[in-house]
Ligand binder design. Structure first.
Ligand SMILES: Nc1nc2c(ncn2[C@@H]2O[C@H](COP(=O)(O)OP(=O)(O)OP(=O)(O)O)[C@@H](O)[C@H]2O)c(=O)[nH]1
Ligand SMILES: [Mg+2]
Length: 304
Protein backbone atom coordinates (compact mmCIF):
# COMPACT_ATOMS: atom_id res chain seq x y z
CA UNK A 1 0.00 0.00 0.00
CA UNK A 2 2.92 2.29 0.35
CA UNK A 3 4.44 4.31 -2.44
CA UNK A 4 6.78 2.24 -4.54
CA UNK A 5 9.62 3.25 -6.75
CA UNK A 6 8.72 3.03 -10.39
CA UNK A 7 9.96 -0.10 -12.09
CA UNK A 8 11.81 0.48 -15.35
CA UNK A 9 9.29 1.34 -17.98
CA UNK A 10 6.58 1.79 -15.38
CA UNK A 11 5.31 -1.72 -14.74
CA UNK A 12 1.73 -2.44 -13.81
CA UNK A 13 2.86 -3.41 -10.33
CA UNK A 14 3.74 0.20 -9.72
CA UNK A 15 0.60 1.65 -11.26
CA UNK A 16 -1.61 3.35 -8.71
CA UNK A 17 -5.30 3.24 -9.24
CA UNK A 18 -7.18 6.40 -8.49
CA UNK A 19 -10.01 6.69 -6.05
CA UNK A 20 -13.58 6.83 -7.26
CA UNK A 21 -15.16 7.89 -4.01
CA UNK A 22 -13.28 11.15 -3.57
CA UNK A 23 -15.05 14.25 -4.76
CA UNK A 24 -11.72 15.84 -5.63
CA UNK A 25 -9.99 15.08 -8.85
CA UNK A 26 -6.82 13.11 -8.27
CA UNK A 27 -3.63 14.42 -9.78
CA UNK A 28 -1.57 12.09 -11.92
CA UNK A 29 -4.60 9.84 -12.35
CA UNK A 30 -3.52 6.61 -13.90
CA UNK A 31 0.06 7.71 -14.43
CA UNK A 32 2.36 4.79 -14.04
CA UNK A 33 4.85 4.52 -11.24
CA UNK A 34 3.55 7.63 -9.49
CA UNK A 35 1.82 7.93 -6.17
CA UNK A 36 -1.55 9.50 -6.63
CA UNK A 37 -2.16 12.54 -4.57
CA UNK A 38 -5.27 14.58 -4.08
CA UNK A 39 -6.13 18.25 -4.07
CA UNK A 40 -6.99 17.76 -0.42
CA UNK A 41 -3.30 18.13 0.34
CA UNK A 42 -2.53 14.70 1.73
CA UNK A 43 -0.97 11.93 -0.27
CA UNK A 44 -4.21 9.99 -0.04
CA UNK A 45 -7.69 11.33 -0.42
CA UNK A 46 -10.13 11.34 2.44
CA UNK A 47 -12.02 8.23 1.57
CA UNK A 48 -9.47 6.07 -0.16
CA UNK A 49 -6.13 4.82 0.97
CA UNK A 50 -4.91 4.49 -2.62
CA UNK A 51 -4.60 1.15 -4.34
CA UNK A 52 -1.66 -0.20 -6.23
CA UNK A 53 -2.78 -2.40 -9.11
CA UNK A 54 -0.21 -5.01 -8.16
CA UNK A 55 -1.67 -5.30 -4.67
CA UNK A 56 -5.29 -5.47 -5.66
CA UNK A 57 -7.21 -8.68 -5.05
CA UNK A 58 -8.52 -9.94 -8.35
CA UNK A 59 -11.13 -12.59 -9.06
CA UNK A 60 -9.97 -15.66 -10.96
CA UNK A 61 -9.66 -15.04 -14.67
CA UNK A 62 -8.99 -11.29 -14.42
CA UNK A 63 -5.42 -10.43 -15.42
CA UNK A 64 -3.50 -7.57 -13.85
CA UNK A 65 -3.37 -5.61 -17.10
CA UNK A 66 -7.16 -5.83 -17.42
CA UNK A 67 -7.76 -4.02 -14.12
CA UNK A 68 -9.19 -0.54 -14.52
CA UNK A 69 -10.07 1.99 -11.83
CA UNK A 70 -13.77 1.33 -12.32
CA UNK A 71 -13.30 -2.33 -11.37
CA UNK A 72 -11.91 -1.51 -7.91
CA UNK A 73 -14.54 -1.22 -5.19
CA UNK A 74 -14.37 2.25 -3.58
CA UNK A 75 -12.21 2.41 -0.45
CA UNK A 76 -10.78 -1.06 -0.95
CA UNK A 77 -8.19 -3.10 -2.84
CA UNK A 78 -10.89 -5.43 -4.17
CA UNK A 79 -11.37 -5.85 -7.89
CA UNK A 80 -14.76 -7.05 -9.05
CA UNK A 81 -15.04 -9.24 -12.11
CA UNK A 82 -16.88 -8.20 -15.25
CA UNK A 83 -19.82 -10.43 -14.37
CA UNK A 84 -20.28 -9.45 -10.71
CA UNK A 85 -23.99 -9.21 -10.00
CA UNK A 86 -25.87 -7.24 -7.39
CA UNK A 87 -25.78 -8.66 -3.90
CA UNK A 88 -29.17 -8.23 -2.32
CA UNK A 89 -30.42 -9.14 1.09
CA UNK A 90 -34.10 -9.91 0.75
CA UNK A 91 -34.70 -11.63 4.03
CA UNK A 92 -32.91 -12.08 7.31
CA UNK A 93 -33.82 -13.91 10.48
CA UNK A 94 -32.14 -14.46 13.80
CA UNK A 95 -31.63 -18.20 14.22
CA UNK A 96 -29.88 -18.91 17.49
CA UNK A 97 -27.26 -17.95 20.04
CA UNK A 98 -24.69 -20.59 20.91
CA UNK A 99 -22.50 -20.58 23.98
CA UNK A 100 -20.14 -23.14 22.45
CA UNK A 101 -19.02 -23.80 18.88
CA UNK A 102 -20.52 -27.30 19.12
CA UNK A 103 -23.96 -25.73 19.71
CA UNK A 104 -23.90 -23.84 16.37
CA UNK A 105 -26.43 -24.75 13.63
CA UNK A 106 -25.71 -28.15 12.16
CA UNK A 107 -26.95 -27.63 8.62
CA UNK A 108 -24.41 -27.15 5.85
CA UNK A 109 -25.22 -23.56 4.85
CA UNK A 110 -22.10 -21.47 4.28
CA UNK A 111 -21.25 -18.73 6.76
CA UNK A 112 -19.21 -15.56 7.16
CA UNK A 113 -17.88 -14.86 10.64
CA UNK A 114 -17.50 -11.32 11.93
CA UNK A 115 -14.62 -11.06 14.33
CA UNK A 116 -12.70 -8.26 16.01
CA UNK A 117 -11.93 -6.40 19.18
CA UNK A 118 -14.71 -5.62 21.63
CA UNK A 119 -16.53 -2.45 20.60
CA UNK A 120 -15.02 -2.39 17.09
CA UNK A 121 -18.53 -2.39 15.61
CA UNK A 122 -19.26 -6.06 14.78
CA UNK A 123 -22.93 -6.05 15.75
CA UNK A 124 -23.40 -2.63 14.14
CA UNK A 125 -21.97 -3.98 10.89
CA UNK A 126 -24.37 -6.94 10.98
CA UNK A 127 -27.26 -4.47 11.37
CA UNK A 128 -25.92 -2.26 8.59
CA UNK A 129 -25.44 -5.19 6.22
CA UNK A 130 -28.94 -6.54 6.70
CA UNK A 131 -30.47 -3.06 7.10
CA UNK A 132 -32.21 -3.86 10.39
CA UNK A 133 -31.54 -1.52 13.27
CA UNK A 134 -31.37 -3.91 16.18
CA UNK A 135 -31.28 -7.47 14.90
CA UNK A 136 -27.86 -7.71 16.54
CA UNK A 137 -27.65 -5.91 19.89
CA UNK A 138 -25.09 -3.12 20.12
CA UNK A 139 -23.75 -1.10 23.02
CA UNK A 140 -21.38 1.74 23.81
CA UNK A 141 -19.88 -0.52 26.49
CA UNK A 142 -17.50 -3.22 25.26
CA UNK A 143 -18.40 -6.85 25.88
CA UNK A 144 -22.04 -6.70 24.76
CA UNK A 145 -21.98 -9.82 22.59
CA UNK A 146 -20.97 -12.87 24.62
CA UNK A 147 -22.31 -15.73 22.51
CA UNK A 148 -22.11 -16.85 18.89
CA UNK A 149 -25.14 -15.42 17.05
CA UNK A 150 -26.29 -16.90 13.76
CA UNK A 151 -28.39 -14.82 11.35
CA UNK A 152 -29.82 -16.56 8.29
CA UNK A 153 -29.77 -14.45 5.13
CA UNK A 154 -32.05 -15.14 2.15
CA UNK A 155 -32.60 -18.58 3.69
CA UNK A 156 -29.29 -19.62 2.19
CA UNK A 157 -26.26 -18.37 4.16
CA UNK A 158 -25.32 -17.16 7.61
CA UNK A 159 -23.75 -14.03 9.01
CA UNK A 160 -22.23 -14.87 12.38
CA UNK A 161 -21.78 -12.19 15.03
CA UNK A 162 -19.06 -13.25 17.45
CA UNK A 163 -18.02 -11.99 20.87
CA UNK A 164 -15.14 -9.53 20.74
CA UNK A 165 -11.63 -10.22 21.95
CA UNK A 166 -9.47 -7.99 24.09
CA UNK A 167 -12.10 -7.19 26.68
CA UNK A 168 -10.78 -8.07 30.11
CA UNK A 169 -13.55 -6.59 32.23
CA UNK A 170 -16.46 -8.84 31.34
CA UNK A 171 -17.97 -10.60 34.37
CA UNK A 172 -16.47 -14.06 34.97
CA UNK A 173 -19.86 -15.66 34.41
CA UNK A 174 -19.94 -14.51 30.79
CA UNK A 175 -16.27 -14.07 29.96
CA UNK A 176 -15.13 -16.58 27.41
CA UNK A 177 -11.75 -18.07 26.79
CA UNK A 178 -11.21 -16.44 23.43
CA UNK A 179 -8.26 -18.56 22.35
CA UNK A 180 -10.14 -21.79 23.09
CA UNK A 181 -13.01 -20.30 21.15
CA UNK A 182 -10.86 -19.49 18.12
CA UNK A 183 -9.52 -23.02 18.03
CA UNK A 184 -12.96 -24.53 18.42
CA UNK A 185 -14.79 -22.33 15.97
CA UNK A 186 -12.36 -21.20 13.29
CA UNK A 187 -10.48 -24.45 12.90
CA UNK A 188 -13.40 -26.87 13.08
CA UNK A 189 -16.30 -25.03 11.52
CA UNK A 190 -16.52 -26.74 8.16
CA UNK A 191 -19.06 -24.32 6.70
CA UNK A 192 -16.98 -21.21 7.38
CA UNK A 193 -16.42 -19.49 4.03
CA UNK A 194 -14.41 -16.55 5.24
CA UNK A 195 -13.73 -14.29 8.19
CA UNK A 196 -14.36 -10.57 8.20
CA UNK A 197 -11.72 -9.25 10.58
CA UNK A 198 -12.98 -5.88 11.76
CA UNK A 199 -10.40 -3.23 12.59
CA UNK A 200 -11.23 0.18 14.06
CA UNK A 201 -9.95 2.76 11.57
CA UNK A 202 -10.35 5.58 14.08
CA UNK A 203 -7.44 4.35 16.22
CA UNK A 204 -3.82 3.48 15.38
CA UNK A 205 -3.05 -0.25 14.86
CA UNK A 206 -3.43 -2.34 18.01
CA UNK A 207 -1.17 -5.31 18.72
CA UNK A 208 -4.10 -7.59 19.50
CA UNK A 209 -5.56 -7.02 16.02
CA UNK A 210 -2.19 -7.63 14.39
CA UNK A 211 -1.90 -10.88 16.38
CA UNK A 212 -5.37 -11.96 15.27
CA UNK A 213 -4.58 -11.18 11.61
CA UNK A 214 -1.36 -13.14 11.90
CA UNK A 215 -3.08 -16.08 13.60
CA UNK A 216 -5.79 -16.31 10.93
CA UNK A 217 -3.16 -16.13 8.20
CA UNK A 218 -0.99 -18.79 9.82
CA UNK A 219 -3.98 -21.09 10.02
CA UNK A 220 -4.88 -20.60 6.38
CA UNK A 221 -8.24 -19.06 7.12
CA UNK A 222 -9.51 -16.81 4.35
CA UNK A 223 -10.16 -13.31 5.60
CA UNK A 224 -10.98 -9.77 4.62
CA UNK A 225 -9.90 -6.77 6.68
CA UNK A 226 -12.99 -4.63 7.20
CA UNK A 227 -12.07 -1.20 8.53
CA UNK A 228 -14.88 0.21 10.67
CA UNK A 229 -15.75 3.71 11.93
CA UNK A 230 -14.23 5.36 8.84
CA UNK A 231 -16.62 8.27 9.43
CA UNK A 232 -14.78 9.21 12.64
CA UNK A 233 -12.40 11.91 11.54
CA UNK A 234 -10.33 13.82 14.02
CA UNK A 235 -11.21 17.50 14.26
CA UNK A 236 -7.65 18.45 15.11
CA UNK A 237 -4.42 17.05 13.81
CA UNK A 238 -4.02 13.41 14.73
CA UNK A 239 -4.22 10.12 12.97
CA UNK A 240 -7.07 10.07 10.50
CA UNK A 241 -8.68 6.77 9.43
CA UNK A 242 -6.68 6.71 6.17
CA UNK A 243 -3.39 6.96 8.05
CA UNK A 244 -4.39 4.29 10.57
CA UNK A 245 -5.42 1.98 7.74
CA UNK A 246 -2.17 2.47 5.89
CA UNK A 247 -0.18 1.74 9.04
CA UNK A 248 -2.20 -1.41 9.69
CA UNK A 249 -1.74 -2.66 6.13
CA UNK A 250 1.95 -1.90 6.26
CA UNK A 251 2.37 -3.78 9.55
CA UNK A 252 0.44 -6.85 8.36
CA UNK A 253 2.04 -7.00 4.94
CA UNK A 254 4.84 -9.26 6.06
CA UNK A 255 2.39 -11.94 7.14
CA UNK A 256 1.10 -12.75 3.65
CA UNK A 257 2.38 -13.72 0.26
CA UNK A 258 -0.50 -11.81 -1.29
CA UNK A 259 -2.20 -9.04 0.68
CA UNK A 260 -5.70 -9.93 1.89
CA UNK A 261 -8.66 -8.01 0.55
CA UNK A 262 -9.54 -4.94 2.61
CA UNK A 263 -12.39 -2.47 2.58
CA UNK A 264 -13.37 0.69 4.39
CA UNK A 265 -16.80 0.93 6.00
CA UNK A 266 -18.97 3.01 8.29
CA UNK A 267 -22.09 1.62 9.89
CA UNK A 268 -23.18 5.21 10.60
CA UNK A 269 -23.08 6.50 7.04
CA UNK A 270 -23.48 3.15 5.26
CA UNK A 271 -20.21 3.70 3.39
CA UNK A 272 -18.86 0.42 2.00
CA UNK A 273 -22.01 -1.56 2.82
CA UNK A 274 -23.06 -2.46 -0.72
CA UNK A 275 -19.48 -3.04 -1.82
CA UNK A 276 -18.75 -5.34 1.09
CA UNK A 277 -21.86 -7.35 0.27
CA UNK A 278 -20.77 -7.58 -3.35
CA UNK A 279 -17.37 -8.80 -2.23
CA UNK A 280 -18.94 -11.37 0.10
CA UNK A 281 -21.22 -12.65 -2.62
CA UNK A 282 -18.30 -13.05 -4.99
CA UNK A 283 -16.29 -14.82 -2.28
CA UNK A 284 -18.73 -17.66 -2.79
CA UNK A 285 -21.69 -18.78 -0.79
CA UNK A 286 -21.60 -22.14 -2.37
CA UNK A 287 -21.02 -24.25 0.69
CA UNK A 288 -17.30 -24.81 0.26
CA UNK A 289 -15.45 -25.59 3.41
CA UNK A 290 -12.74 -23.38 4.87
CA UNK A 291 -10.12 -25.92 3.90
CA UNK A 292 -11.05 -26.20 0.25
CA UNK A 293 -11.78 -22.50 -0.01
CA UNK A 294 -8.40 -21.65 1.40
CA UNK A 295 -6.91 -23.13 -1.76
CA UNK A 296 -8.76 -20.41 -3.63
CA UNK A 297 -7.77 -17.74 -1.12
CA UNK A 298 -4.09 -17.11 -1.75
CA UNK A 299 -4.08 -14.23 0.74
CA UNK A 300 -4.66 -16.72 3.54
CA UNK A 301 -1.17 -18.16 3.13
CA UNK A 302 1.67 -16.67 5.11
CA UNK A 303 5.32 -16.74 4.35
CA UNK A 304 6.69 -16.35 7.86
N1 LIG B 1 -18.99 6.46 14.52
C1 LIG B 1 -19.19 5.15 14.40
N2 LIG B 1 -19.55 4.43 15.48
C2 LIG B 1 -19.75 3.10 15.34
C3 LIG B 1 -19.60 2.44 14.09
N3 LIG B 1 -19.84 1.12 14.27
C4 LIG B 1 -20.14 0.97 15.57
N4 LIG B 1 -20.10 2.15 16.22
C5 LIG B 1 -20.37 2.37 17.66
O1 LIG B 1 -19.43 1.60 18.41
C6 LIG B 1 -20.04 1.06 19.59
C7 LIG B 1 -19.84 -0.45 19.63
O2 LIG B 1 -20.58 -1.04 18.58
P1 LIG B 1 -20.99 -2.60 18.60
O3 LIG B 1 -21.55 -2.89 17.25
O4 LIG B 1 -21.84 -2.92 19.79
O5 LIG B 1 -19.55 -3.27 18.79
P2 LIG B 1 -19.19 -4.83 18.92
O6 LIG B 1 -17.92 -5.05 18.18
O7 LIG B 1 -20.34 -5.68 18.52
O8 LIG B 1 -18.90 -4.94 20.49
P3 LIG B 1 -18.93 -6.25 21.43
O9 LIG B 1 -20.22 -6.98 21.18
O10 LIG B 1 -18.84 -5.67 22.78
O11 LIG B 1 -17.73 -7.06 21.10
C8 LIG B 1 -21.50 1.50 19.53
O12 LIG B 1 -21.66 2.66 20.33
C9 LIG B 1 -21.74 1.82 18.07
O13 LIG B 1 -22.75 2.79 17.86
C10 LIG B 1 -19.24 3.24 12.94
O14 LIG B 1 -19.07 2.77 11.80
N5 LIG B 1 -19.04 4.58 13.17
MG1 LIG C 1 -21.43 -7.10 19.55
Amino acid sequence: MLPQASAPGGSLESRWLACRCCSYECKARGRRGRRLSCETGGDVCSTDAGVCAGESVRPPGVDLDEVTEEMVLPGSNIVVGPYAGHAQIKQVEYVKSSARPSDCPKDDRPEFAIVGRSNVGKSSLVNALVRKKEIALTSKKPGKTQVINHFLVNKSWYIVDLPGYGFANAPDSVRMDWSAFTKGYFLKRKTLVSVLLLVDASTPPQQIDLDCANWLGRNDIGMTFVFTKCDKRKAKKGNQPDENIRSFLQLTRKYYKVPPPWIMTSSVTGFGRDDLLLHMSSSGTTGRTTRSLSLLNPWACVHI
